[in-house]
Design a protein around this ligand. Structure first.
Ligand SMILES: [Fe+2]
Length: 400
């Protein structure tokens, strides 16, 4: 179990520590994006309440919850988890650890970037104003792709700046064929509710497999963590990252994109991979994808928000036309992409008749990673239903 953290006192934090943080610059960061957002209050179970009231250039802290548009009740441990970037609104909603006493629970979700700015000084990311630079000082070409033989410093700079990297032709067609065959084997043996697979439902109402999370049970996938082509790519990161335990749940995942999905985690909104919690202990984390098929718009692409991994960005559906466009990774079978878990990315529905995107996913994280509640995996909160289905966040929120 992780060492116990010092308890934060809810009243003292709001009367002394938070005003200090806001005055030191966090308040301006939280108000900086200018988006009109209503007020939010936290009420501790059996305790007091504080409201956060946005003004043009700051956030006011007010005792009580009378003025707040949305009031969320939670226990002290959950609230402290938010302050420490260990818990998130979506994670707490899926775990049923919050209750919405007034207003809209999705409003709490949309407040997350401002909470991180207020508590932690993390800037709210603005895709309209971000400026990313190449090594020579020119504007970074965010669509750039690389090869294994590319200049390592160029690749490291791109990964550090954009938060992702696409490397072409890393695996041969024969290797990819073999990964596909083993992936299909795992798909055949997956069962709903086995806690080793994620399921969704298509518009016809059929249960559809979205990913198997136990691919590390097969040596062909487990051994990828030792593949020198991949370990070289991961060493491009500034941080020392180590492979996740390959044969554990989510050690190696195989993802299968499906068409016409109406439920489950197949098409994903703009999100970060620590979106269910654990940022402070898990990040920086690198998620590496080996493409078994093309990832075109027709096949169901992966879109990235360049530069977003140093800030935070609110919940937006991938299909929301008022949301950001981002950059699609133009991957083909045999290519590999790396992205920091903190970079905002989305997986919109495929627009063509198939074949659909399929990838093997590996995960590299800090060597001292430890779940703050001593559990295995922050995404486990998504696997509460016995049929393996994962509800849409707004549906889970409507039950709070
Ligand atoms: Fe993701």
């Amino acid at each position: 179990m992780p060492a116990r953290l010092e308890t934060l006192d809810f009243d003292e934090f709001h009367r002394e520590e938070l005003p200090r943080r806001l005055a030191a610059g966090h308040g301006a960061l939280a108000a900086a994006d200018g988006a009109r957002i209503g007020s939010l209050a936290f009420r501790l179970t059996g305790g007091g309440a504080y409201s956060y009231i946005p003004q043009a250039d700051r956030i006011d802290i007010v005792s009580g919850d009378e003025q707040a548009q949305t009031v969320v009740e939670l226990d002290s441990e959950s609230w402290q988890g938010i302050v420490r970037e260990l818990e998130t609104p979506p994670g707490l909603i899926y775990a049923r650890r919050v209750k919405c006493l007034r207003g809209d629970p999705m409003h709490f979700v949309r407040w997350e970037p401002r909470l991180r700015a207020m508590y932690n000084g993390r800037p709210v990311f603005n895709p309209e104003t971000v400026e990313l630079q190449a090594r020579d000082g020119s504007s970074l070409d965010v669509h750039q792709t690389f090869a294994l033989a590319s200049e390592p410093e160029e690749m490291a700079h791109f990964l550090r700046t954009a938060g992702y990297l696409l490397v072409k032709n890393v695996f041969t067609p024969e290797e990819i064929a073999s990964f596909r065959e083993h992936g299909e084997g795992l798909r055949d043996s997956a069962r709903q509710g086995d806690k080793k697979s994620w399921w969704g439902r298509n518009t016809r109402g059929d249960a559809v497999l979205c990913r198997v999370t136990n691919a590390g049970s097969r040596p062909i996938f487990r051994d990828l963590y030792q593949d020198p082509r991949l370990t070289r790519l991961v060493r491009l990161c500034d941080e020392k990252l180590t492979p996740r335990e390959a044969d554990g749940v989510e050690g190696v995942t195989v993802l299968f994109k499906n068409p016409d999905m109406s439920e489950g985690l197949s098409d994903l909104p703009w999100h970060r991979d620590c979106g269910m919690g654990g940022h402070a202990v898990m990040c920086p984390v690198i998620n590496l994808s080996i493409y078994l098929a093309a990832a075109s718009r027709q096949a169901g692409e992966l879109r990235m928000l360049p530069g977003s991994w140093k800030g935070s960005y609110g919940f937006v559906e991938a299909t929301d036309t008022s949301g950001p466009e981002g950059v699609a990774l133009a991957a083909e079978a045999g290519d590999v992409s790396l992205h920091y878990g903190d970079v905002m990315h989305a997986a919109p529905p495929p627009e063509g008749p198939g074949p659909y995107r399929a990838s093997v996913l590996l995960n590299f994280r800090p060597p001292d990673f430890l779940h703050h509640r001593g559990e295995d995996n922050y995404n486990d909160v998504l696997l509460q239903r016995s049929d393996g289905q994962v509800e849409h966040l707004s549906k889970a929120a409507s039950r709070t």
